[in-house]
Design a protein around this ligand. Structure first.
Ligand SMILES: [Zn+2]
Length: 289
């Protein structure tokens, strides 16, 4: 594989180091490791003026955790929950250092790209900083193949709400005469989000059926990831006589596609209109750290 751009080389280094760390320290497999990979990959780890690493909080935007010289972090997770105090920030700091060392060694021996990082230290956060490259690449999401990433990480990325400007609205009128403004995503938006976070995704129309006057389409969406191919299916339905634009088949397909993507997290927040949705999210967040 030709490693062309700085972004690609950085991502390759991050994933290669993550893989090696996981082989060396099997206890690092899990959500904290997944979070750490995303933080490092996305440039959320940086060095401050005191040469300490700071790591962005994933739960509170704008907040940063400073990693102390001994590698420890003072966040609640490190203090009260994470085994051996290895919170996602601490793991991210270790991974960041390894990835920089890995990149430097590759620059010295450009042919040594085999996915293995040379690790000699017993603790993933204990490698001292050598002089790091001047900047952390500002990573775009399009450059890596999603088959290097676990489905959990991909779904986390896909589930992130989009800014309001990306969300379309339309007015639906019921037969009673009442109308309601609803928010939705264009199917092209959903495809772009999948392209960005789950490159290699495949969508196929499984079935087209006629139910009464409606066209029902079953759509199958497949995402390649670390675990293999993950599949979600959904149906979409559209009455033959539609007031809007487009024919019933393509409208039903767009709906089925979007609902299958929502099962992977894309735009799911738009479907979460029920007041129980927030409580469910809060409960799950609390129990999966
Ligand atoms: Zn922490």
């Amino acid at each position: 594989m030709a490693i062309a751009t700085p972004t690609e080389r950085w991502e390759h280094a991050v994933y290669a180091c993550a893989r090696t760390l996981q082989q060396r320290f099997p206890e690092l497999v899990g959500d904290r490791m997944e979070s750490a990979i995303v933080l490092v990959r996305d440039g959320q780890v940086a060095e401050n003026a005191d040469e300490q690493l700071v790591v962005a909080s994933r739960s509170e935007p704008g907040k940063f955790h400073t990693i102390r010289p001994d590698g420890s972090c003072l966040c609640d997770d490190a203090r009260y929950q994470a085994p051996a105090g290895r919170c996602a920030h601490r793991i991210a700091a270790g991974l960041y250092k390894h990835a920089h060392v890995f990149l430097q060694q590759q620059q010295q021996t450009p042919h040594a790209i085999n996915g293995q990082t040379p690790l000699s230290e017993p603790d993933p956060t204990s490698i001292p900083l050598t002089s790091p490259p001047p900047t952390t690449p500002n990573v775009s999401h399009a450059a890596w193949g999603s088959n290097h990433r676990s489905i959990r990480t991909i779904v986390t990325d896909l589930s992130r709400p989009l800014p309001a400007a990306c969300i379309a609205t339309k007015t639906l009128r019921a037969k009673s005469g009442k109308s309601a403004q609803i928010a939705y995503l264009h199917w092209t938006t959903v495809a772009k989000v999948l392209d960005a976070y789950a490159p290699g995704w495949q969508g196929t129309v499984e079935r087209i059926e006629r139910v009464g006057t409606a066209c029902v389409i079953t759509y199958r969406l497949t995402i390649p990831c670390l675990e293999g191919l993950i599949v979600r299916e959904a149906t979409g339905q559209e009455e033959e006589e539609v007031d809007g634009y487009g024919d019933s088949t393509s409208n039903a397909e767009a709906m089925a596609f979007k609902r299958a993507a929502a099962k992977f997290g894309v735009g799911r927040w738009l479907y979460d209109k029920d007041p129980t949705a927030q409580a469910v999210d809060a409960y799950l967040t609390q129990h999966i750290t």
